[in-house]
Ligand binder design. Structure first.
Ligand SMILES: Cc1cc2nc3c(=O)[nH]c(=O)nc-3n(C[C@H](O)[C@H](O)[C@H](O)COP(=O)(O)O)c2cc1C
Ligand code: SF4
Length: 273
């Protein structure tokens, strides 16, 4: 049976949820965390990750970060060895506009002699808490229930198209593109890696360690029962949203804002990344 590998990366569970649901609907599909695979290929003598001959299609599900792929996803796909005849699909989860994410993914793939056959985006909950002066979670509802039906229907459709190996790429609408360029101008020219000085854990931190355990790049450790940031944070927003005590803040920009993580993606699942 031909195999499908779905590589996923997820900061707050949305993309993991999509990967799980696609796996359930595509016979012979398995999911693999991008972070673990990226780490393994670095640790094991900087070997590249390779795909075996039985794999006929591969998919990527990950969030849009500032109109692009998260750094870790771009680096991982860049070093992945993909046989030329592989069917490649991608589902980008997003809270607003997807920017140039699919275009940039196509560019990374074409440098490797491959191409994206099917690429779509899926609107879910906005998880970048510091960016907004108003509470995005309020718009979507804490559990994201307003979106649930739409998301499930879209996953169903995507799985059918992928099984049929259809070709379609959801390129950007030029008006949306212009608007986003203005909106994201400062952020898109800004490398956030390592900028963690504004994170802090307040009095109500219980020292449970969940924040350190779920961070895919291990950007904090616990010292005297409190998280200490290690200056390699990439702003995935997993910890701030998964802390059940809502003890983590980012400067003055997150106080009072609702936290969100996908309701069906548990801490245990996040630790698997
Ligand atoms: C650092 C960061 C940057 C983001 N930038 C964008 C963006 O440019 N456009 C957008 O639509 N959503 C953006 N989002 C929202 C996420 O793409 C969206 O919430 C996604 O579904 C989160 O998926 P995850 O739970 O798998 O991490 C951003 C989120 C984060 C954490
Ligand atoms: S998850 Fe929250 S409560 Fe637990 S150690 Fe981190 S900041 Fe403290």
């Amino acid at each position: 049976m031909s195999k499908t590998i779905i590589y996923y990366f997820s900061g707050t569970g949305n993309s993991r949820f999509v990967a799980e649901r696609l796996k359930d609907r595509i016979t012979g599909a398995i999911i693999k965390p991008i972070v673990e695979n990226a780490r393994k290929s670095t640790i094991e003598n900087a070997q590249k990750s390779t795909i075996d001959n039985a794999t006929k299609s591969i998919g990527f599900t990950f969030p849009c970060h500032f109109g692009d792929m998260p750094y870790i996803v771009k680096d991982f796909i860049g070093q992945l060895e993909i046989p030329a005849d592989t069917y490649i699909f991608a589902v980008v989860t997003r809270g607003g506009g997807k920017g140039d994410t699919l275009l940039n993914l196509q560019e990374v793939l074409s440098k490797k002699g491959c191409r994206l056959h099917y690429g779509v985006s899926m609107r879910m909950q906005m998880t970048y808490l510091p960016a907004f002066y108003y509470n995005m979670m309020f718009l979507h509802g804490r559990s994201g229930s307003r979106n649930t039906q739409k998301v499930n229907d879209k996953i169903e459709r995507i799985s059918l198209y992928v099984k049929e190996k259809r070709e379609f790429i959801e390129w950007r609408n030029p008006i949306e593109a212009k608007f986003e360029k203005v909106l994201n101008h400062r952020l898109l020219n800004f490398d956030l890696r390592g900028l963690d000085s504004e994170f802090s854990a307040g009095e109500n931190c219980s020292g449970c360690g969940i924040c350190a355990d779920i961070c895919p790049v291990k950007s904090s450790t616990l010292s005297d029962g409190k998280p200490v940031w290690q200056h390699n944070c990439t702003h995935f927003m997993g910890r701030i949203n998964y802390c059940s005590r809502e003890a983590i803040e980012y400067g003055g920009r997150t106080a009072g804002k609702r936290r969100y993580h996908h309701p069906q993606v548990t801490v245990k699942m996040m630790k698997e990344q």
